[in-house]
Design a protein around this ligand. Structure first.
Ligand code: URP
Ligand code: ZN
Ligand code: ZN
Length: 457
């Protein structure tokens, strides 16, 4: 099977040029100009960018959390991802207390197998680190689950103590895995939450007001310090606060291998959203919370100057019915929001078109750099002969209006409802197969494969 993508502008993390791309079966076979080659399918990309498929390394599909289950499963979630120009995800499997990592992996494999439309990998969330679990970390790394998420927040549910965190970090020093950290000081936050509730402060905005930026910065600093003592790299997930970014920047300036991602919601939404009437603020209840608008420029600078290396989504959607579990108590609102479909357009529109980041940096942040950090490069994350033919034909001039009614995520609201963005995904190939063709879904549930990821090099 041959597909020829003609007349487009190929963009990678480093290059931008007029070129035709020949795909043979699952791989990119050849890149050239005016390729005159017979193909089964010819895609005209005139006036469009030909990008490596987006890689979203932070999703929560079909995840039980806070008394509800995230609304997108692996079928609806990966379909929505594809609509938005994402061709690989790395989702978070959860080891619940008393469970082995292997059981958790099996449970998440059942959720994904036969459903995923695009390729998927897993990080493993560790909530209990026994000696046996430590040994299992090595086994998982050998099986291609090469990263582990630990929580410094959610005491009694996910939170690990510093000794366990330190042991897990040490283990990645020998097995080549990577620790991904949810960095918020859960103990401090818990006290603030209890005090707010006791004072009758129950509205959604108190979710943000009880999770101060300094609690994120403190945990970020502590996580990096523990990784420094263990002499291993660390990756901070969903960084939202400029104060936390300062900790990452300081560490990187000292030459430490500290990495961090942020998410579109922290770049485009802000604390003000929590003030929306009629329980509207609940749509934005996520952890860490949205921050002051005035601090967003610092995140953009971090992205431009490589103190932040990736933009992921933390896609964790709950419908309003589930959000209403916390109608009278903000601490019972399930944490999370949708975003898997809107990442590429939002970042292109708000990042590239405004001049905050270059087009190459856009590709790097949404595809190449996450592929490198999480052991997928050069199979994924670039357009080069031999790489998987995960390709997005992206129209930089098409304007779309973001709305729950027209987007494909399985959730009844959108945090960006009514926002117009310019830059949209037209056509998507996943390992050479058409998944989205001129905005229409032509893929198949179950076509996505498990990604066995490499260790750190
Ligand atoms: O609020 C969030 N972020 N929900 C998903 C779970 C997590 O901590 O990433
Ligand atoms: Zn988290
Ligand atoms: Zn998350």
């Amino acid at each position: 099977m041959r597909t020829l993508i003609k007349n487009g502008t190929v963009v990678t993390a480093t290059d931008q040029y007029a070129g035709d791309v020949l795909v043979e079966d699952e791989k990119i076979a050849l890149i050239g100009t005016s390729l005159d080659i017979q193909a089964d399918n010819v895609i005209d990309a005139s006036g469009k960018y030909v990008l490596p498929g987006g890689i979203d390394v932070h999703t929560h599909l079909d995840m039980p959390f806070g008394g509800a289950t995230s609304a997108d499963d692996f079928e609806t979630g990966t379909r929505a991802a594809a609509f938005g120009g994402t061709t690989s995800i790395v989702d978070f499997a959860i080891q619940y207390r008393g469970q082995t990592l292997h059981d958790a992996w099996e449970a998440w494999t059942k959720k994904a197998d036969g459903k995923a439309v695009i390729d998927y990998g897993f990080h493993m969330i560790i909530t209990e680190l026994t000696d046996q679990v430590e040994g299992e970390m090595d086994a998982l790394v050998r099986q291609g689950i090469t990263s582990f998420k630990l929580f410094m927040a959610y005491p009694g549910v996910f939170m690990l103590d510093d000794a366990s965190i330190f042991k897990a970090l040490l283990r990645t020093g020998t097995n080549g895995g990577t620790i991904c950290m949810h960095a918020e000081n859960g103990g401090v936050i818990d006290v603030l939450v209890q005090r707010a509730l006791a004072a009758g402060k129950r509205a959604p905005k108190y979710h943000a007001l009880t999770r101060p930026a300094r609690a994120e910065a403190e945990a970020t600093h502590r996580a990096i310090a523990l990784a420094e003592i263990a002499d291993v790299p660390i990756y901070i997930v969903h960084l939202s606060a400029a104060e936390a970014l300062e900790m990452v920047t300081e560490a990187r300036d000292r030459g430490l291998p500290a990495f961090a991602e942020t998410c579109p919601q922290y770049l485009f939404l802000s604390y003000d959203n929590y003030e929306e009437p009629d329980f509207g603020g609940s749509k934005y209840v996520m952890s860490p919370p949205l921050r002051d608008k005035a601090k967003q420029d610092q995140l953009w600078r971090g992205l431009a100057f490589n103190d932040l290396q990736a933009i992921a989504t933390d896609h964790c959607p709950f419908c309003m019915k589930e959000k209403r579990l916390g109608q009278d108590d903000f601490s019972k609102i399930p944490n999370g929001a949708p975003g898997i479909e809107t990442r590429m357009s939002l970042v292109y529109d708000g990042g590239v078109r405004t001049g905050r980041i270059s087009l190459n940096r856009f590709v790097e942040l949404t595809s190449t750099s996450p592929a490198k950090i999480f052991g997928l490069f050069p199979r994924k994350g670039t357009i080069a002969p031999g790489s998987d033919a995960d390709i997005v034909v992206f129209d930089p001039n098409r304007t779309i209006t973001l709305s729950a009614k027209t987007l494909h995520m399985n959730v009844d609201y959108n945090p960006y409802e009514g926002r117009q963005v310019t830059g949209a995904t037209d056509t998507v190939l996943s390992r050479g197969r058409l998944v989205i063709e001129n905005g229409t879904f032509v893929g198949r549930a179950g076509a996505g494969s498990f990604l066995k990821r490499a260790t750190r090099s």
